[in-house]
Design a binder for this molecule. Structure first.
Ligand SMILES: [Zn+2]
Length: 368
């Protein structure tokens, strides 16, 4: 059994799922609510927190965990995805160079976000796992364009490792955060393999499956499917690792599939975003004990906001022990959605997070 260690000395069994707490909050929940869903960790966004709070304010606290009074694990992304999205968007202003990402957060102000800056902010936030800045391969990139992003990702990974080692010099390895190198390369398996191997050569021990994990179906350019081939290439290319992170993954069945390939950390906006739209995940089972995640259709969706539910006195799921399922009826939840009360988002989010924490419990049982 593999563990995830936190800077506060906790050892958490893997696999772990980290819901999205972009701006140091899981929308509509407080830290106590998150704890009660048995969620062990959350993911915060470096760029947003840097922009919202600023380095000085973050530095006044003992990390994001103190700001939120969150005692579980916290991981951060590099912030690159947001910055790149600004630059690479249609009317984006700025450019990506080997030095870093040049962009304009406001019309007048030019800023540069580079590998060193990303690592410095993440260390200041004292998150348990931090990510080296990477250059995102678009899923439609041809070999040449993809190779360019891989080369830049590796160059930035080298610089990230250098500053990480410098800033954490003298700290015992148990008290350092994990440093994750991101494997880019899109659909090009040769590049995925190359990127994985070179990161390992640079001394990385933890890796992330980067880019959109999607692949166009041959002959059907509008149909996108989960890219298991790259997931497989990545897990086969790395001989030894501490953390193998499926970045932005994903749907419950994709998590089960990637866990089989050796991935042990996941994060995704889906459970919280879907909850706010009244889309609830429900196990197709009569009790938690009877859930079987190896079955093809082990769960389905329940649309909480339908008016017909106003008559229904049953709970949303018998295979769930969250606050919503223990205490309230489908009818009451439908009513809360109908009148747009914020408690509808809270209860639905609590339920979906418990669905994902149960999924992790089931996968832990399978890992032995
Ligand atoms: Zn529930």
């Amino acid at each position: 059994m593999k563990f995830f260690k936190t800077l506060k000395g906790k050892k958490l069994k893997l696999p772990l799922f980290f819901p999205d707490a972009t701006r140091a909050v899981v929308r509509s929940l407080d830290s106590g609510d998150i704890e009660n869903t048995q969620t062990k960790g959350i993911l915060v966004n470096t760029y947003h927190l840097y922009r919202d709070l600023g380095e000085k304010n973050i530095g006044r606290f003992d990390g994001i965990s103190q700001i939120m009074d969150w005692k579980g694990a916290i991981i951060s992304d590099s912030g690159g995805f947001q910055v790149m999205s600004i630059v690479k968007s249609k009317d984006g202003n700025g450019k990506v160079t080997d030095e870093g990402v040049e962009f304009f957060p406001t019309r007048k102000k030019k800023a540069i976000f580079n590998p060193e800056k990303s690592i410095e902010i993440q260390l200041l936030m004292k998150t348990d796992m931090i990510v080296a800045l990477d250059d995102f391969t678009q899923p439609t990139d041809d070999y040449e364009a993809a190779k360019e992003t891989v080369d830049r990702t590796l160059y930035w990974a080298k610089r990230s490792k250098k500053i990480f080692d410098k800033k954490t010099k003298g700290i015992n390895s148990y008290d350092k955060p994990y440093l994750v190198g991101v494997i880019q390369g899109g659909k090009h398996q040769k590049l995925r393999k190359l990127c994985a191997e070179k990161l390992a050569e640079l001394g990385y021990k933890s890796f992330g499956y980067g880019g959109w994990p999607l692949r166009q179906t041959q002959g059907k350019p509008d149909e996108w499917k989960f890219d298991y081939e790259s997931a497989k290439t990545i897990s086969e290319s790395i001989k030894k690792y501490e953390i193998l992170w499926g970045l932005g993954i994903g749907k419950p069945q994709e998590i089960v599939g990637c866990h089989k390939l050796g991935f042990n950390v996941f994060d995704c906006v889906l459970p919280t975003r879907d909850a706010r739209h009244g889309r609830l995940y429900v196990y197709n089972a009569d009790s938690i004990d009877k859930i079987d995640v190896t079955k093809k259709d082990f769960y389905s969706f329940y649309t909480a906001s339908k008016v017909i539910n106003l008559k229904d006195k049953s709970c949303v799921s018998k295979a769930c022990d969250c606050l919503l399922c223990r205490r309230y009826t489908k009818a009451y939840l439908a009513h809360l959605f109908k009148i747009n009360d914020t408690s509808a988002y809270r209860l639905a989010t609590i339920h979906n997070l418990r669905f994902y924490s149960i999924l992790m419990e089931k996968l832990k049982e399978r890992s032995g």
